[in-house]
Design a binder for this molecule. Structure first.
Ligand SMILES: [Ca+2]
Length: 72
């Protein structure tokens, strides 16, 4: 997966917790937030410290992220 600037969110359709990993260390995110609403997980990151998310990833396959799924 490659990051690109743009509006909106990216959807992750087949992430498998415990098998797949997100490597986010290159982003320098100041704050990450994860929430689940109606079975859709959202991982949002604030890159510039203004308390507003600069990107969001939606996990639509019902998987629940755990901290070991991320490399920060
Ligand atoms: Ca921000």
């Amino acid at each position: 997966m490659r990051w690109a600037r743009g509006a909106g969110s990216d959807r992750i359709l087949d992430f498998q917790s415990g098998t797949d990993k997100f490597h986010l260390s290159g982003l320098g995110a100041g704050q990450m937030r994860y929430s689940v609403t109606a079975g859709i997980g959202t991982l949002a990151g604030d890159l510039d410290g203004d308390s507003t998310a600069d990107f969001a990833l939606l996990f639509t396959n019902g998987t629940a992220l755990v901290s070991t799924d991320l490399t920060l």
